[in-house]
Write a protein that binds this ligand. Structure first.
Ligand code: SF4
Length: 64
C-alpha cells in the first residue's frame, strides 16, 4: 500500500495529494482547499483524477 493522505484532507482520491508540485492546503474553519502552484486557475475542480502537470512526489514508498 502506498501513501494515503490524512483523512482530514479533502478528496482523498485527488492526484494532487501525491503531486510533487507541491499543492498547498488552504484551511478555513469549514473546509480545506487545494491550491495548485502550477495551474493558472490555482484551484482546479476536485478531485483531480488526471492532470497534465502531475509528477509523482516520490519515486518510492520510502518518502522522507
Ligand atoms: S499539478 Fe495537477 S496534480 Fe499537481 S497539484 Fe496541480 S492540479 Fe494537482
Amino acid at each position: 500500500m502506498d501513501e494515503t493522505p490524512p483523512s482530514s484532507l479533502p478528496y482523498p482520491t485527488s492526484l494532487c495529494h501525491r503531486c510533487a508540485a507541491p499543492p498547498k492546503y488552504v484551511r478555513t474553519k469549514t473546509s480545506t482547499f487545494i491550491l495548485c502552484p502550477l495551474l493558472p486557475q490555482k484551484y482546479p475542480p476536485q478531485p483531480v483524477l488526471r492532470c497534465p502537470l502531475f509528477r509523482p512526489k516520490s519515486p518510492g514508498p520510502e518518502e522522507k
